[in-house]
Design a protein around this ligand. Structure first.
Ligand SMILES: Nc1ccn([C@H]2C[C@H](O)[C@@H](COP(=O)(O)OP(=O)(O)OP(=O)(O)O)O2)c(=O)n1
Length: 131
Protein backbone atom coordinates (compact mmCIF):
# COMPACT_ATOMS: atom_id res chain seq x y z
CA UNK A 1 0.00 0.00 0.00
CA UNK A 2 2.93 2.34 0.67
CA UNK A 3 4.20 1.68 -2.89
CA UNK A 4 0.66 2.22 -4.25
CA UNK A 5 0.66 5.74 -2.74
CA UNK A 6 4.30 6.48 -3.73
CA UNK A 7 3.73 5.52 -7.39
CA UNK A 8 0.82 7.98 -7.56
CA UNK A 9 2.55 10.76 -5.64
CA UNK A 10 -0.14 10.52 -2.96
CA UNK A 11 2.19 10.16 0.02
CA UNK A 12 1.78 13.87 0.86
CA UNK A 13 -1.97 13.28 1.42
CA UNK A 14 -1.49 10.19 3.57
CA UNK A 15 -1.13 11.86 6.94
CA UNK A 16 -2.50 9.96 9.94
CA UNK A 17 -5.45 12.36 10.18
CA UNK A 18 -6.36 12.07 6.48
CA UNK A 19 -6.09 8.30 6.60
CA UNK A 20 -8.33 8.20 9.66
CA UNK A 21 -10.95 10.34 7.88
CA UNK A 22 -10.70 8.11 4.78
CA UNK A 23 -11.14 5.06 7.04
CA UNK A 24 -14.25 6.54 8.66
CA UNK A 25 -15.63 7.36 5.19
CA UNK A 26 -15.17 3.73 4.14
CA UNK A 27 -16.86 2.53 7.35
CA UNK A 28 -19.81 4.70 6.22
CA UNK A 29 -19.80 3.00 2.81
CA UNK A 30 -19.62 -0.39 4.55
CA UNK A 31 -22.66 0.58 6.67
CA UNK A 32 -24.58 1.42 3.51
CA UNK A 33 -24.36 -2.25 2.48
CA UNK A 34 -26.56 -3.08 5.48
CA UNK A 35 -28.70 0.04 5.47
CA UNK A 36 -32.50 -0.53 5.50
CA UNK A 37 -32.14 -4.29 5.28
CA UNK A 38 -33.29 -5.02 8.84
CA UNK A 39 -31.55 -7.82 10.75
CA UNK A 40 -29.41 -9.97 8.47
CA UNK A 41 -28.76 -13.67 9.19
CA UNK A 42 -25.13 -14.77 9.58
CA UNK A 43 -23.56 -15.90 6.31
CA UNK A 44 -25.91 -13.53 4.40
CA UNK A 45 -27.78 -16.44 2.72
CA UNK A 46 -30.27 -14.14 0.96
CA UNK A 47 -27.74 -11.75 -0.55
CA UNK A 48 -26.99 -11.79 -4.30
CA UNK A 49 -23.44 -12.62 -5.38
CA UNK A 50 -22.88 -8.99 -6.56
CA UNK A 51 -23.98 -7.69 -3.14
CA UNK A 52 -21.49 -9.97 -1.39
CA UNK A 53 -18.74 -8.93 -3.76
CA UNK A 54 -19.50 -5.27 -3.07
CA UNK A 55 -19.45 -5.98 0.68
CA UNK A 56 -16.01 -7.61 0.26
CA UNK A 57 -14.77 -4.46 -1.51
CA UNK A 58 -15.98 -2.17 1.29
CA UNK A 59 -14.52 -4.43 4.00
CA UNK A 60 -11.22 -4.36 2.09
CA UNK A 61 -11.24 -0.55 1.84
CA UNK A 62 -11.63 -0.34 5.63
CA UNK A 63 -8.81 -2.85 6.15
CA UNK A 64 -6.48 -1.16 3.65
CA UNK A 65 -6.89 2.28 5.23
CA UNK A 66 -6.51 0.76 8.71
CA UNK A 67 -3.24 -0.91 7.68
CA UNK A 68 -1.93 2.36 6.21
CA UNK A 69 -3.02 4.37 9.25
CA UNK A 70 -1.21 1.94 11.55
CA UNK A 71 1.90 2.06 9.37
CA UNK A 72 2.12 5.87 9.35
CA UNK A 73 1.52 5.94 13.12
CA UNK A 74 4.45 3.56 13.60
CA UNK A 75 2.24 0.83 15.03
CA UNK A 76 2.93 -2.83 14.24
CA UNK A 77 -0.74 -3.74 13.83
CA UNK A 78 -0.21 -7.51 13.82
CA UNK A 79 1.75 -7.36 17.06
CA UNK A 80 -0.67 -4.86 18.65
CA UNK A 81 -3.71 -6.99 17.73
CA UNK A 82 -2.18 -10.18 19.16
CA UNK A 83 -1.34 -8.35 22.39
CA UNK A 84 -4.91 -7.01 22.54
CA UNK A 85 -6.36 -10.51 22.03
CA UNK A 86 -4.28 -11.61 25.01
CA UNK A 87 -5.42 -8.63 27.13
CA UNK A 88 -9.08 -9.33 26.17
CA UNK A 89 -8.76 -12.92 27.36
CA UNK A 90 -7.35 -11.77 30.71
CA UNK A 91 -9.99 -9.08 31.17
CA UNK A 92 -12.92 -11.35 30.25
CA UNK A 93 -12.18 -14.82 31.70
CA UNK A 94 -14.39 -17.57 30.21
CA UNK A 95 -15.75 -18.83 33.54
CA UNK A 96 -17.16 -15.40 34.41
CA UNK A 97 -19.59 -15.58 31.49
CA UNK A 98 -20.32 -19.29 31.16
CA UNK A 99 -21.77 -19.77 34.66
CA UNK A 100 -23.62 -22.99 33.86
CA UNK A 101 -20.30 -24.83 33.52
CA UNK A 102 -19.46 -24.65 37.25
CA UNK A 103 -21.51 -24.76 40.49
CA UNK A 104 -22.46 -21.35 42.02
CA UNK A 105 -20.15 -21.41 45.10
CA UNK A 106 -17.21 -22.52 43.03
CA UNK A 107 -18.11 -19.87 40.49
CA UNK A 108 -17.98 -17.09 43.14
CA UNK A 109 -14.61 -18.39 44.30
CA UNK A 110 -13.26 -18.71 40.79
CA UNK A 111 -14.42 -15.18 39.96
CA UNK A 112 -12.46 -13.85 42.94
CA UNK A 113 -9.45 -15.87 41.87
CA UNK A 114 -9.92 -14.69 38.31
CA UNK A 115 -10.02 -11.06 39.52
CA UNK A 116 -6.83 -11.62 41.48
CA UNK A 117 -5.19 -13.31 38.46
CA UNK A 118 -6.34 -10.45 36.26
CA UNK A 119 -4.80 -7.85 38.52
CA UNK A 120 -1.56 -9.82 38.75
CA UNK A 121 -1.44 -10.35 34.99
CA UNK A 122 -2.23 -6.74 34.17
CA UNK A 123 0.31 -5.47 36.71
CA UNK A 124 2.87 -7.96 35.36
CA UNK A 125 2.24 -6.82 31.81
CA UNK A 126 2.48 -3.16 32.79
CA UNK A 127 5.82 -3.85 34.53
CA UNK A 128 7.12 -5.72 31.45
CA UNK A 129 6.10 -2.88 29.19
CA UNK A 130 7.90 -0.33 31.37
CA UNK A 131 11.15 -2.36 31.32
N1 LIG B 1 -5.62 8.51 -1.67
C1 LIG B 1 -6.00 7.23 -1.74
C2 LIG B 1 -7.12 6.84 -2.48
C3 LIG B 1 -7.48 5.52 -2.52
N2 LIG B 1 -6.76 4.61 -1.83
C4 LIG B 1 -7.14 3.18 -1.82
C5 LIG B 1 -7.57 2.69 -0.46
C6 LIG B 1 -8.94 2.10 -0.68
O1 LIG B 1 -8.83 0.68 -0.77
C7 LIG B 1 -9.39 2.60 -2.04
C8 LIG B 1 -10.41 3.71 -1.95
O2 LIG B 1 -10.61 4.18 -3.24
P1 LIG B 1 -11.69 5.29 -3.61
O3 LIG B 1 -11.34 6.55 -2.88
O4 LIG B 1 -11.80 5.34 -5.09
O5 LIG B 1 -13.01 4.78 -2.92
P2 LIG B 1 -14.01 3.60 -3.34
O6 LIG B 1 -13.26 2.46 -3.98
O7 LIG B 1 -14.79 3.32 -2.11
O8 LIG B 1 -14.88 4.28 -4.47
P3 LIG B 1 -16.26 5.08 -4.29
O9 LIG B 1 -16.05 6.05 -3.14
O10 LIG B 1 -16.42 5.75 -5.62
O11 LIG B 1 -17.30 4.05 -3.97
O12 LIG B 1 -8.20 3.01 -2.72
C9 LIG B 1 -5.66 5.00 -1.11
O13 LIG B 1 -5.00 4.17 -0.48
N3 LIG B 1 -5.30 6.31 -1.07
Amino acid sequence: MVDFAKERDWEMYHSPRNLLLALVGEVGELSECFQWKGEVPKGLPDWKEEEKQHLGEELSDVLLYLVQLSHYCGIDLGKAALRKVHLNAIKHPVNRYIKSRIPEEENKKSNNEADQDNNNNINGMAENLQN
